[in-house]
Design a protein around this ligand. Sequence first.
Ligand code: NAD
Ligand code: TYD
Length: 359
Amino acid sequence: MNNNDIKTSENKKILITGGAGFIGSHVVRRFVRSYPEYQIFNLDALTYAGNLENLKDIENETNYSFVKGDITDAPFIDQLFENHKFDGVIHLAAESHVDRSIHDPLAFAKTNILGTMILLNAFKTTWEGNWKGKRFYHISTDEVYGSLGDTGFFTEETAYDPNSPYSASKASSDHFVRAYGETYGMPYVITNCSNNYGPNHFPEKLIPLFINNIINNKPLPVYGDGNYTRDWLYVIDHAIAIDLVFHKGKNQETYNIGGFNEWKNIDLVKLLCRLMDNKLGREEGTSERLITYVKDRPGHDLRYAIDATKINKELGWKPSVTFEEGLDKTIDWYLDNEEWLQGVTSGAYQQYYKKQYKD
Ligand code: NAD
Ligand code: TYD
């Protein structure tokens, strides 16, 4: 069971959930373009975070289909699996924003825990006893490991210790995936990745929010003293890692994915300000003056840092771009895609912004 048995040369039906979101859209694009022999199904409920504009360039490809649907709707999911008998599932659909999980933890339990279980059940019903060549790939986060002090790294052996409703819901879903592997012999892989950044990122997370605010000369709300540390990875490098783990990872294993790229929030924000001043032809220091220290996030994890040695040694993966290159590409994408940004920041976004930042 531990050997990988996913062959790229075969016709396969692959279900990617959450493919209209930030990371999912890059994964869908990569799979549709790289594996013409696969049929790729993108299942997404199109919540506020899902946007089919992210996939305009591949929407007419013959090996791609979009299915609008909710992973928490069990009869619908069961029927979808019965109709298509997916050989592989790459599961990204989730509620993904820590601040929203503080406002509405139940929504996170529903989608992230119950939704994952409904997919697991449908996959089990379809293939139990006939698992060869099948795989359930669950995409998770480094936040399940909790918070680090000033030193040390999260490895695959680090005990789970989640602190936010978001990370607790992801930790729970990871445990269920593992339990289906142990109990029913379901072949699975799990990856736990650090903070992503890049094109198509909804502007509620740090980097795209601050890029949007700098463009619009709005305050940059830094939580607490800004001395929180995150390990940043360019989203396309995450999509490359997902491709590699799906095809070459070992069943029943977890892989940590990280950027080898730790930044204190305040240092990152200052770098972003300098780069944006330069791109926008503004005098140096203009954007830094927008930095505003605001009330801290409750239960704010001090530091995340991934030890990605396992995926590097076993599968040869490492990030392909430096942080400077990745940030440069990201800023250019936002400046070139003003319409996308305006589209996602109208309507409901304004209500969320008022609630979160009392703006
Ligand atoms: P996102 O919020 O941008 O996208 C989530 C997608 O899931 C959206 O398209 C949304 O419409 C869809 N979705 C939400 N609820 C659904 C439901 N009930 N049924 C069907 N679809 C639903 O998230 P993201 O940043 O792209 O993250 C994708 C996955 O990667 C998540 O599982 C997240 O936990 C994980 N992850 C994210 C990061 C990060 O830095 N963004 C890092 C590590 C892991
Ligand atoms: P975020 O992008 O929400 O990712 P996560 O909480 O999953 O790591 O936040 C990254 C860091 O930036 C985190 O330490 C919280 C901080 N932050 C701010 O200081 N201000 C903000 O407005 C946001 C959204 C985040």
